[in-house]
Design a protein around this ligand. Structure first.
Ligand code: PEP
Length: 249
């Protein structure tokens, strides 16, 4: 099995001004995250300040983008626009984007390859609702989201995508998936990539997201198919975020 570098990404959602982003990144300066890839996913208005303030060990990601290269899409930003200002990657298909802004698997099918083509690392978020889990539909939901989202990604580039398994019922709720649930779902996402290419399945990184905190991170990050975390609430405080990154080492 290939050695996958753990990847911890903080999803700030609609939190932090440019000045606050800068202060956060200054607070991280001097810490070493050797052996772990670390990123913060920041609001559009703070991207530039974050990029300037981030040390070499911290990547800066956007939280969404449009699938088209340009056009009459008021309020939207393209992959090339993010890449031009030095952004490293982008979160795609977060459940809040799917729920509140109608982001569809069809749009994601275009967004994921568009991000890769522009040199951005896409984090493709997938996950089931509580009702879907209760009625035994978790695998069906993950299969649809992973297969549709990756449909137009060339096989040779599949391993460059990061998948974040985020059970919707665990996001921002304080409820955490059990280690068994997280392992099973992350392994299932990996196997779906493996159906396209065994090598890509082995190399692709699958994060767990959903109320990951300094106190539960080590147990989740030690699971064989969990290669990191997408962190919401606990990524807003530099000490908490750094503690999670430490737990990934
Ligand atoms: C998220 O927003 O992706 C997330 C996992 O949030 P939280 O850690 O707050 O549950």
């Amino acid at each position: 099995m290939s050695r996958r570098t753990p990847f911890i990404a903080g999803n700030w959602k609609m939190h932090k001004t440019a000045a606050e982003a800068e202060a956060f990144l200054q607070a991280l300066a001097g810490r070493s995250f050797d052996g772990v890839d670390v990123a913060v996913c920041v609001p559009f208005t703070a991207l530039w300040a974050a990029k300037r303030a981030a040390g070499a060990g911290v990547a800066v990601y956007a939280q969404t983008m449009h699938e088209a290269p340009d056009g009459a899409f008021t309020g939207e930003v393209s992959a090339a626009m993010l890449s031009e200002v030095g952004i490293d990657g982008v979160v795609l298909g977060h459940s809040e984007r799917r729920q509140f802004f109608g982001e569809s698997d069809k749009a994601l099918q275009r967004k994921v390859p568009a991000a890769l083509e522009a040199g951005l690392t896409p984090i493709l978020c997938v996950g089931e609702s509580e009702e879907e889990r209760d009625r035994g539909d978790t695998e069906r939901k993950l299969r649809t989201q992973v297969q549709e989202g990756l449909h137009d990604v060339p096989t040779a580039r599949l391993h460059e995508v990061v998948i974040a398994y985020e059970p919707i019922w665990a996001i921002g709720t304080g409820k955490v998936a059990t280690p068994e649930q997280a392992q099973e779902a992350c392994a299932f996402c990996r196997a779906l990539v493996g159906d396209r290419s065994r090598e890509a399945g082995d190399r692709v990184r699958v994060q767990y997201g959903g109320s990951m905190k300094p106190g539960n991170a080590a147990e989740l990050l030690a699971l064989p198919d969990v290669d990191g975390g997408l962190i919401g609430g606990a990524s807003l405080e530099p000490d908490d975020f750094a503690a999670i990154a430490e737990a990934a080492k």
